[in-house]
Design a protein around this ligand. Structure first.
Ligand SMILES: CC(C)(COP(=O)(O)OP(=O)(O)OC[C@H]1O[C@@H](n2cnc3c(N)ncnc32)[C@H](O)[C@@H]1OP(=O)(O)O)[C@@H](O)C(=O)NCCC(=O)NCCS
Length: 186
């Protein structure tokens, strides 16, 4: 796979840095309990205009760790990285979401492999990892189709509302490939 730089122009989507002008589209797609239900509590519901501005204010500065997923000319979802700290700085946690009207069309299965190639090429992380609520088989399927490996289960590790969930741990380690290091690893 060739190494994409930003914006990443994929099949039916564009990955690009967030812009302050995305605020209305962000609220439109993010303010949905079905989206937030399987994400970290950092992604609130309801998702207000203030939530959008807070997120955008911290996302628009380079390096672009959080990217907007643009489809049909508008931001309809996001995919983002949180680099580890201290001895864990060689890895990064990531998360993604898509507005509900775009689910089930194979979109995230096309995005994740392109995005992970971009991240490994640009940031030089050794490892990308995420956790998936055990009631989210669609996300697990996206990750497995994208080459991520389920490394284990964190049993009864998370609570949403009053329901306790196992978390599946997924990771990919850096493939042997040329690396342009300009990320936050130093
Ligand atoms: C999870 C999410 C990103 C998936 O995006 P998407 O573009 O709809 O996913 P895709 O269409 O590319 O692929 C979904 C896959 O899961 C499968 N799937 C869907 N529901 C499923 C279920 N209940 N059980 C098993 N597999 C399921 C689909 O069949 C498809 O696999 P296939 O291509 O082999 O048929 C999207 O639903 C979303 O944004 N959800 C809310 C936020 C979220 O959960 N983020 C991930 C946090 S880890």
């Amino acid at each position: 796979m060739s190494v994409p730089s930003l914006p990443v122009d994929g099949e039916g989507f564009l990955l690009r840095p967030w812009r302050i002008e995305d605020a209305a589209a962000l609220v439109l797609h993010a303010n949905d309990e079905a989206v937030s239900a399987r994400l970290s509590d950092r992604f609130p519901f309801p998702y207000s205009a203030d939530d959008a501005m807070r997120f955008l204010a911290q996302s628009v500065e380079p390096p672009a760790l959080n990217l907007a997923i643009e489809i049909d000319g508008g931001a309809v979802g996001g995919i983002g990285l949180r680099p580890g700290k201290g001895e864990l700085r060689i890895g990064a946690h990531f998360g993604y979401w898509l507005g509900r009207r775009y689910w089930g069309r194979g979109i995230m299965s096309r995005i994740v492999p392109v995005w992970s190639a971009h991240v490994f090429a640009c940031f030089g992380f050794e490892r990308l990892h995420t956790t998936v609520f055990a009631n989210n088989p669609a996300s697990a399927r996206v990750l497995e189709k994208s080459g991520f490996v389920r490394e284990g289960t964190l049993r009864r590790a998370a609570i949403k509302g009053s329901e306790v969930f196992d978390l599946w741990m997924y990771a990919m380690i850096r493939p042997e490939a040329p690396v342009r290091r300009h990320g936050p690893l130093q």
